[in-house]
Design a protein. Structure first.
Length: 644
């Protein structure tokens, strides 16, 4: 059971997200017209026997009776193989396919690649659709090459990680039982939740106590298996802030509440006695060492309510069934539960358009209002069609745009906040590829507001030209559609942003009549229909390959880079590319033809203040490393990591 569960959970994390585990460029070698015809990639040989021994690096003693999985890092998806060690730490696995593997040991306190993953990249707006997270998670682990034919013997080192432990109590001294505890690790200048190991995931699902992310009956918690780094400890009280959330409460939500308590609590505290991350004490954790007595007291504090009403801007009618999402402003850490798709706190307006949040601490909040677009305007004397009487003519649905509002809660309840919804604009058009070439599998178009909020998004799918590399996946029906429509776009300045799942494509042009939509923001009016937008992709990208050395001429791994055109007219996120060096200091990416600057990214600069980012970018662009990319060509870059 242990081995099966480990395989399932790790597969979910590494492989169920195609962004991490599979190269999205992998496709059928041939797809013909008519019935879907697929020529699959050749299957690698799978006749190797892998045997070896797992031992603790610091003591040399065997890791007994533990599950071990070998995860393939190959883009072709060589698969995963798992087994168990015996009383001497030995293991034997047969029929291993050819490929490059990394060992994942599921033993308490052992450092796992899982602990290195920045899960925030896979949440909303995370931009995690590449293999970089997997490569970085594996960079500090031994690489094992199997030829698929001969026997391979390996010695697998297990590293004792660091640990953080302590107790959470209330101000009166009572233990805080079942409080949610998260360990946040500093990654690229921000703090993100850590899943320390496969064992901690399993204990989370079994609710087995202090390593599950919740305090036990004594208020105790402990997180072992931590990689070295800087950490803070965060505690959240379980609370449901939304008073009315009719769309919640189903079996899935009830199950999550049972396991984790509230996953969207705004009652957060940080070690030793802070209510804001910026005031938290940073803990330096080393391999094999424990930071104990990391105790937190949850203070008594005043809490407040926030209430309001949603109305239509046109006729001031109240709107029922509208979703109100609430988020604390300035929150710079990422909750694991929100990363994995859980919504922020949200309420639904009642029949009178009212909404309410309770148990809120002081602070600034952002409100996002989203209509479900099913509102219709009826005359009060309309007949009911459900009883066999012909209804009067019903106008089409009223489609409202998203609305945004910031509020401040100081020392009293904030009541009667009125939010008006205006009609949304529509942006529509087509996506095509230059030269009548095949479309990529999917292209997502987003309308972004002035503050980088996602106003609307649409995805163009093409299942005719691509298939999954997963051989077990059933045949995908043909479906091609190059039309898109962005609905309910709020009036104001918008920028179109594009996400293409295959990096050999890029957006060559995006125009609405004579307006270049790549040149900068455009103004849309309330209820406007902006149709006929033409987005043209191209597929003549070149390849940039590079290697980064440190000041000792050794490969520099994990170095973050920003690559952008030297043309100042293209200083927008649509033209930015990110890369990170692997364990050998190498990086590789696809780029449209043109001249580019390669910048070493300062920690935290890309996720911080936009003004600070622009100032940093302007300074770095004064003397960048430059490289030219030709159509379908290859350029090489040799870089030296600057001293901190």
């Amino acid at each position: 059971m242990l081995k099966t569960s480990a395989y399932f959970l790790l597969t979910i994390i590494f492989l169920a997200c195609p962004a991490i585990a599979q190269n999205s460029n992998t496709a059928a070698n041939a797809v013909q017209s008519g019935p879907l015809s697929i020529e699959m990639p050749p299957i690698p040989p799978a006749n190797s026997t892998m045997r070896g021994r797992v031992y603790y690096e610091d003591t040399g003693r065997p890791v007994k009776r533990a599950s071990i999985m070998f995860v393939s890092s190959d883009s072709g998806g060589a698969g995963e193989k798992s087994g168990l060690t015996d009383g001497e730490g030995n293991f034997l696995i047969k029929n291993v396919p050819a490929g490059t593997y990394y060992a994942v040991i599921n033993a308490p306190g052992v450092v796992s690649p899982i602990a290195y993953i920045d899960f925030s990249r896979f949440g909303p707006g995370g931009g995690g659709n590449d293999r970089e997270a997997l490569e970085q998670a594996l960079v500090d682990f031994d690489k094992i090459i199997v030829d698929g034919v001969n026997e391979t013997y390996v010695q697998v080192r297990a590293k004792h990680g660091g640990a953080i432990s302590g107790r959470v109590i209330y101000a009166n001294g009572d233990p805080a039982v079942g409080a949610k505890v998260e360990i946040l690790r500093k990654v690229n200048g921000k703090f993100v939740s850590v899943v320390s190991s496969l064992a901690s995931i399993m204990s989370m699902f079994s609710g087995s106590g202090s390593s599950s992310g919740q305090t036990d009956d004594r208020g105790m918690y402990r997180f072992p298996g931590l990689p070295p780094g800087e950490y803070v400890v965060k505690v959240s009280e379980s609370v449901r802030h939304a008073e009315n959330d009719e769309r919640r409460g189903g079996p899935g939500d009830a199950f999550a509440m049972l396991l984790f308590g509230s996953t969207n609590s705004l009652l957060n505290f940080y070690f030793p006695d802070a209510t804001d991350l910026k005031d938290a004490q940073v803990l330096n954790v080393l391999l094999g060492q424990e930071q104990g007595e990391v105790n937190i007291t949850i203070p008594d504090k005043s809490l407040f309510t926030l209430t309001g009403k949603v109305i239509a801007r046109k006729d001031k009618k109240t709107l029922a069934g509208v979703r109100i999402a609430l988020q604390k402003k300035g929150q710079t850490d990422s909750s694991l539960f929100n990363m994995m798709g859980r919504e922020m706190n949200s309420a639904v307006t009642d029949g009178e358009g009212n909404w309410k949040f309770k148990d809120l601490p002081q602070g600034e909040y952002s409100i996002t209002v989203t209509s479900d677009n099913s509102h219709r305007e009826y005359d009060s004397d309309d007949d009911d069609p459900d009883v066999g009487v012909t209804a009067k003519k019903i106008p089409p649905p009223v489609k409202f745009a998203k609305a945004f509002k910031d509020v401040l809660i100081e020392d009293k309840n904030l009541e009667d906040v009125i939010i008006e919804l205006g009609y949304g604009a529509v942006v529509s058009g087509t996506v095509s590829v230059e030269g009548n070439k095949a479309m990529p599998m999917n292209v997502t178009i987003q309308a972004m507001g002035e503050h980088e909020e996602n106003l609307s998004s649409a995805t163009v799918f093409n299942y005719e030209g691509s298939v999954s590399a997963n051989r077990a996946m059933p045949s995908i029906p043909q479906k091609t559609n190059n039309e898109f429509k962005l609905e309910n776009v709020a009036a104001g300045k918008i920028t179109l942003k594009f996400n293409i799942n295959e990096d050999s494509y890029y957006v060559k042009s995006a125009r609405s009549g004579m307006t270049d939509l790549l040149a900068g923001p455009v103004d849309v009016k309330e209820g406007e229909m902006l149709s006929g937008v033409k987005i043209v992709l191209a597929k003549d990208t070149g390849t940039l390959k590079g290697k980064i050395l440190d000041d000792r001429d050794q490969p520099a791994s994990g170095v973050a880079l920003l690559v952008l055109p030297t043309d100042s007219a293209k200083r927008s996120s649509n033209f930015f590319k990110n890369a990170r060096s692997d364990g050998e200091g190498k990086f590789e990416m696809k780029l449209p033809p043109g001249e580019y600057a390669i910048l070493f990214v300062k920690a935290g600069i890309t996720s911080g203040d936009p003004i600070a980012f622009k100032a940093w970018l302007d300074e770095e662009m004064k003397s960048p490393y430059k490289v030219s990319i030709s159509a379908e060509g290859t350029a090489n870059a040799a870089l030296r990591k600057p001293n901190p």
